[in-house]
Design a protein around this ligand. Structure first.
Ligand code: F2R
Ligand code: MG
Ligand code: MG
Length: 365
């Protein structure tokens, strides 16, 4: 596969000369953004959000920003549990060992099964364990009468792959695909994970001090996902350009002026569900939309705005906020993370160490 779009000349030259401290900060920002989206979005997962709820969500974020506010940790869910396994797999094994990754997923699940895992993916973990990992892709292939899961479980955990292979596009795609296939064999689940991975990788290479070029970000994503979809076998679903069409809708919605019905249109058009097709485009949209002010989201912090906005769209809030937070953190880095909000997220210090270990494992000093 050939990479044909690497951003503007200016961005390419920034990326080549990037100060290692900025890159390290971006690794931390990405994994912390992912954790924050998961922890802060989880209490609203599955909810439909009314305009009254949006006010409550604004207060919920404001309150947690108050330095004197004390409360129990917001617990992370399966999104972070699986993201941690992805990072560990990359740190521990310089040559990707997907059986090792499957074992990490399974061990983590049986250690803490009450992290809100997808209902069906649990059957994959059980089969993997019972079969002693003889064929790590077979259990996922058997899901849903052979059509495989189209859930967003592959996408929600993919960020570490984008960081580790940030300057090795072809390996990034191959490893992201093979890591996703352990639980998700449906083309929507796989290509959704690839789209999320590419979005994080693109964000990583943008100068955090410069304003993001939204048109260029979208056209680069579109070019890359087109190549992937052109080479995908989706004969069963006959939607060969599904994610390309989704990205075009993202671009159109970003151009629309705010009105009271816009959010319904966003949810209807992009989705806010548990399927990758109904959530990955939405996360990318939230990230891009939050680059400027959003009515009724009162904060100057772009990462908070991204996550809070994703939560107000309702539905799969932990996962959409986690994916959007990962992209935003990869762009802006740790400095842009609101420390007061972060301090309420379970095990945030462990995620910082994980990001640093991943940074080193990726050959950085
Ligand atoms: N499971 C949840 N949320 C449920 C509520 C949790 C609650 N808050 C609690 O604490 O208990 N969230 C997590 O699941 C999503 C990721 O799911 P994943 O890993 O993709 O799992 P799975 O089981 O493979 O797919 C999810 C569901 O999608 C539907 N589905 C998938 N493929 C299908 C197919 N081919 N045909 C029909 N349906 C299909 C099924 O309903 C699956 O159960 C994240 O939101 C994460 O946060
Ligand atoms: Mg979850
Ligand atoms: Mg979820």
């Amino acid at each position: 596969m050939t990479v044909i779009c690497l951003g503007s000349k200016k961005e390419r030259s920034f990326s080549r000369k990037m100060d290692p401290n900025i890159m390290k900060s971006k690794f931390r920002g990405c994994l912390l953004g992912s954790l924050m989206g998961d922890c802060l979005g989880a209490p609203y997962e599955g909810n439909e959000i009314s305009s009254g709820d949006k006010i409550i969500i604004q207060r919920y974020f404001d309150k947690m920003e108050e330095p004197e506010f004390k409360g129990p940790f917001k617990k992370y869910t399966d999104d972070t549990a699986m993201m941690k396994s992805m990072a560990k797999f990359l740190i521990d094994k310089p040559e990707p060992d997907f059986t090792y990754l499957a074992k990490l997923f399974v061990t983590e699940y049986f250690k803490e099964p009450r992290r809100g895992y997808g209902q069906s993916v649990v059957a994959v973990f059980e089969k993997l364990r019972n079969s002693k990992y003889t064929n790590i892709y077979q259990p996922a292939n058997e899901q849903f009468d052979g059509s495989g899961s189209y859930g967003n479980g592959g996408a929600m955990r993919i960020a570490p792959v984008a960081l580790y292979y940030s300057s090795d596009y072809n390996n990034m795609i191959n490893v992201a695909r093979d890591a996703t296939r352990i639980t998700h064999s449906n083309i929507f689940g796989i290509n959704g994970a690839l789209l999320q991975c590419i979005a994080v990788q693109q964000a990583l290479h943008i100068n955090p001090s410069s304003k993001i070029n939204i048109k260029e970000f979208c056209s680069c994503l579109l070019e890359k996902i087109k190549l992937i979809e052109d080479n995908s076998d989706d004969s069963e679903f006959n939607m060969p350009e599904a994610y390309q069409e989704k990205l075009k809708k993202v671009e159109l919605l970003l151009e629309k002026e705010y009105n009271d019905d816009l959010e319904d249109e966003i949810i209807y058009t992009l989705g806010n569900g548990i399927g990758a097709y109904d959530s990955v485009g939405t996360a990318i949209f939230c990230f891009l939309k939050a680059q400027s002010c959003i009515p009724k989201i009162e904060t100057d912090n772009i990462i908070r705005r991204t996550i809070q906005y994703a939560v107000t769209l309702g539905g799969d809030t932990d996962t959409i906020a986690c994916m959007a937070g990962a992209i935003a953190g990869a762009y802006l880095g740790e400095e842009a993370i609101n420390k007061a909000l972060l301090s309420h997220c379970e095990k945030y210090d462990e995620i910082i160490s994980l990001a640093d270990n991943l940074y080193q494992a990726a050959g950085n000093t």
